[in-house]
Write a protein that binds this ligand. Structure first.
Ligand SMILES: Cc1cc2nc3c(=O)[nH]c(=O)nc-3n(C[C@H](O)[C@H](O)[C@H](O)COP(=O)(O)OP(=O)(O)OC[C@H]3O[C@@H](n4cnc5c(N)ncnc54)[C@H](O)[C@@H]3O)c2cc1C
Length: 512
């Protein structure tokens, strides 16, 4: 069953975009009546209604899937958002929240019968309190803008998705976004203390507190990563950290990805927690070097970027130890960035790797699975074999320290069947991640893209429980329907078969 050498591409479409169960339940919307009510109740709110105005909002970062929304709303005030939700709730109209639209799993993919609620214009930093190391921000504030504002106080916001110059904090909360530095500093959920939100009925809720803990059930954790299914984020309180006095980055090159993977395990086993530990394979190295000229060794089969930060004496000591560990694991060369400019250059190559790989083919499909670190080498081998079986190229660039893989599947949507082959390959890769005890997403969310693989990750009882949680927040099922949690019927008809965590014994992987 798990002999991926024999894997055959799926012949049938995976049906990600259409869901007969959902489509059948979506209401027919009286568009003129809705527009009139929104104009009456959401005073001063910009509403886009013409086809050419709606076109830019047809997709998020997962551009292979497109649906024009019924309408696009661009509120600038929380009161407008509340009024919009109340109107849509009364009229039974679905609402999809959107931040900057950089999501890579189709979370903000619009519905033809739904309003797309764009939160990007609520983009004010409401308060920055350096003494408390906190900032209160509106959901449309860009991730990077928080650190820019905090820099004057020697502070920054740690989660740093590679999309940070564009993506919004509301989108980060909804996706529980991660980034290069989350290995040491945690994901979004570890770096926020309070979220204010509106339910579909327009009720205001506050989860968490200004402090590190809050009484009662941890609804903040439940809400973080809920992909716009439970409520619309209207305000976020983030933790700010003091900028480490020193950061150094090491670049190590390897003849094989296996050696690079071994080095990752060795560093963590030595008790060192790097600020970032990232891996790129040869295809990704070449693409990034061609695009950014970061100074990467283009003949290496894999590189590791390892950042160490803290006070100078600790950093120097850790750099010496990690360099030795990298060499012991078989690194051909280990280079420390000479200065801050070179450190930023090394990271620029990594942070621009997605668009760089995007130049190699008309389309790419970015997967996001997480595996136990010890399975890195075997899973990379498995991915290569699956790619070959599906006749597609895959570049790997990922958060190796977290075991968070990002296989980038290259394809051409204009070639008949290639999109479906890419979907099928992506699905198999995610199922492989689950089989070795991992998960189908590390940071990009489920959205529409991984809806079938949710059925591999969770059993029927677990999915049924998620539906009950959703119903507790949104009984009519109007907020972002059809994303994140599959219907049980969908699992029965389209979904991948439920895989027990760690079902694939380690010895079996050696067959790859
Ligand atoms: C080049 C590139 C690199 C990337 N690198 C990373 C990375 O390193 N780490 C990472 O985690 N992600 C990464 N991403 C993915 C993406 O940037 C993140 O998922 C980000 O958090 C999405 O934010 P957004 O504002 O664009 O949200 P959108 O794409 O607009 O929406 C994403 C989800 O959030 C919901 N949502 C948005 N705003 C709200 C709100 N106010 N209230 C409720 N729900 C809301 C939407 O309904 C949707 O389900 C990358 C994307 C790109 C294109």
């Amino acid at each position: 069953m798990h002999d991926y050498k024999e894997a055959k591409p799926e012949a049938a479409p995976m049906n990600i975009l259409h869901d007969p169960h959902l489509d059948g339940h979506l209401p027919d919307v009286d568009r003129p009546r809705l527009i009139e009510a929104l104009r009456n109740h959401c005073s001063g709110m910009r509403l886009l209604t013409e086809a050419e105005e709606l076109a830019p909002y047809e997709c998020d970062g997962l551009s292979a899937y497109r649906t024009p929304p019924l309408l696009v709303a661009l509120p600038e005030h929380v009161e407008q958002v509340k009024a919009l939700l109340r109107v849509c709730h009364r009229q039974g109209v679905p609402v999809v929240a959107r931040g900057a639209g950089t999501g890579l799993s189709g979370g903000a993919l619009p519905l033809a019968q739904g309003v797309l609620l764009v939160m990007a214009r609520l983009n004010r930093i409401l308060e920055l309190d350096p003494a408390a190391c906190r900032a209160r921000v509106q959901p449309g504030v860009r991730n990077a803008a928080i650190s820019q504002a905090a820099a004057a106080y020697g502070l920054y916001y740690a989660p740093d998705p590679s999309s940070q110059i564009a993506c919004s904090i509301g989108g980060n909360v909804a996706e529980n976004a991660g980034g290069v530095h989350c290995l040491k500093y945690g994901l979004t959920v570890h770096n926020i203390t309070q979220v204010k939100l509106l339910t579909m009925a327009g009720d205001e809720l506050t989860f968490g507190s200004e402090a590190l803990d809050a009484p009662g059930l941890d609804l903040l954790a439940l809400f973080t990563g809920s992909e716009g299914l439970l409520g619309v984020v209207t305000e976020v309180t983030v933790r700010l950290l003091p900028r480490p006095p020193l950061a150094r980055v090491l670049l190590a090159s390897f003849e094989t990805v296996e050696h690079a993977a071994e080095a990752v395990g060795a560093i963590i086993a030595a008790g060192i927690v790097p600020a970032g530990l990232e891996m790129m394979d040869n295809l990704a190295i070449r693409a990034a070097e061609d695009f950014i000229q970061a100074g990467y060794p283009v003949d290496a089969q894999a590189i590791l970027l390892c950042e160490l930060d803290g006070v100078a004496s600790d950093v120097e000591e850790d750099c010496a130890l990690v360099s030795q560990l990298l060499r012991d694991a078989g690194a051909q060369a280990v280079r420390q960035a000479r200065d801050e400019a070179e450190r930023l250059k090394f990271w620029a190559g990594r942070k621009n790797a997605f668009p760089a790989v995007g130049r190699l083919a008309p389309d790419y499909y970015c997967m996001d699975g997480t595996i136990p670190r010890r399975a890195l080498a075997q899973v990379l081998r498995g991915i290569a074999q699956l790619a070959q079986a599906h006749g597609l190229r895959v570049a790997n660039v990922f958060h190796a320290g977290d075991g968070n893989m990002h296989p980038l599947i290259l394809f051409d949507a204009d070639q008949p069947g290639e999109l479906h082959r890419a979907e099928a390959l992506g699905g198999k890769i995610l199922e492989l991640c689950v089989a070795v005890g991992g998960s189908i997403t590390g940071e990009h969310g489920v959205g529409r893209e991984k809806i079938n693989q949710m059925c591999a990750q969770f059993n029927t009882a677990e999915i049924a429980l998620m539906h009950r949680v959703k119903a507790a927040f949104d009984p009519e099922g109007l907020l972002n329907p059809g994303k994140n949690v599959p219907t049980l019927q969908r699992c029965a008809e389209f979904g991948a078969q439920h895989v027990h965590h760690g079902q694939l014994p380690f010895a079996d992987l050696e067959r790859f």
